[in-house]
Design a protein around this ligand. Structure first.
Ligand SMILES: NC(=O)c1ccc[n+]([C@@H]2O[C@H](COP(=O)([O-])OP(=O)(O)OC[C@H]3O[C@@H](n4cnc5c(N)ncnc54)[C@H](OP(=O)(O)O)[C@@H]3O)[C@@H](O)[C@H]2O)c1
Length: 270
């Protein structure tokens, strides 16, 4: 029986993936900041709910050790925990900027580092990093979020060179707009009344998101893509999730910067 460790399994994509792998007969180490949020997952067979805050280095090794003690090994890691900091750069304190990168980038690296010695000893394992369409294209007032997701794309692609010879695979999953709490508690919007210069861009961002998020996919769509990514043939790096992800990223590939960004600006209009 195989085992996956998931970060941010309390809701959304992480939870849907925990349920998907459990239903396929995998063991699941469902990690989250507050394990009481995983009470329902914890009642399922072969699911271990344990605490892991990706920004709390001291919580990472014990969660990985718990998983290995309970299930014997970890075959796959899903780096899913993350949130979106949006707003004008000037509206963010240094602490808030750091929290975005600590969660979406440094936390992902630290969890990966904690699992690697085990996977390296096994000469086997798959690491799936949740990026976003926002790891390939950008939206206004997303300097911080897109900075983190572009980082996830680059670090994942680079990491795959050093892990592939050791039997460890890296996968990048790029969801489009997904119906989760990402736009709610996982959306850290910063604005400040002294920064009225940015108000028109904030309004344009609202119009753009209204259009792009009109038809979000279910988190189960991403869970299915993650399932495929973990079980895919050896040499594929990127996996999109959701029809909008295919449409937008195909369009991005087909166009030069000015043309593609012009299209985004058109969508920002009223
Ligand atoms: N929804 C979308 O449209 C969309 C699109 C592309 C990519 N994504 C990516 O998908 C991933 C999951 O988001 P979601 O859409 O499923 O939203 P979600 O339902 O709000 O889930 C976010 C998860 O991340 C967890 N998290 C946040 N900070 C954490 C930390 N420091 N340590 C551990 N866990 C932490 C949250 O835990 P708590 O319960 O403790 O808050 C929650 O479990 C994120 O990386 C996001 O960037 C989402």
């Amino acid at each position: 029986m195989k085992t996956i460790l998931i970060t941010g399994a309390s809701s959304g994509i992480g939870k849907a993936t925990a349920l998907r792998f459990q239903s396929e007969g995998w063991n699941v180490v469902a990690t989250m900041r507050d394990p009481s949020a995983g009470a329902d997952l914890g009642t399922l067979d072969n699911v271990l709910v344990t605490r892991l805050d990706v920004t709390d280095a001291g919580s990472i090794a014990p969660a990985v050790a718990d998983g290995i003690t309970r299930f014997g090994r970890i075959d796959a890691l899903l780096n899913n925990a993350g949130y979106g900091a949006y707003g004008p750069l000037e509206a963010f304190s240094t602490e808030r900027i750091r929290r975005q990168f600590d969660t979406n980038v440094i936390g992902l690296l630290e969890v990966t580092k904690a699992v690697l010695p085990h996977m390296r000893a096994n000469r086997s394992g798959t690491i799936v990093n949740i990026s976003s369409i926002g790891g390939q294209i950008t939206f206004p007032l997303g300097t911080l979020y897109h900075g983190t997701k572009f980082a996830v794309e680059g670090l994942s692609e680079a990491l795959h060179y050093e892990l592939e010879p050791l039997g460890i695979r890296v996968r990048i999953v790029e969801p489009g707009m997904i119906k989760t709490d990402f736009g709610g508690r996982s959306f850290d919007f910063a604005m400040d009344e002294t920064l009225a210069d940015y108000a028109p861009t904030a309004a344009a961002m609202g119009r753009l998101f209204g259009k792009l998020a009109a038809n979000p996919s279910a988190p189960e769509v991403v869970a299915e893509v993650i399932w495929q990514a973990v079980n895919a043939p050896k040499d594929r790096l990127r996996f999109r999730a959701g029809q909008d992800a295919h449409t937008l990223l195909d369009d991005r590939k087909a166009k030069d910067d000015v043309t593609f960004i012009g299209g985004i600006k058109d969508l920002m209009g009223s």
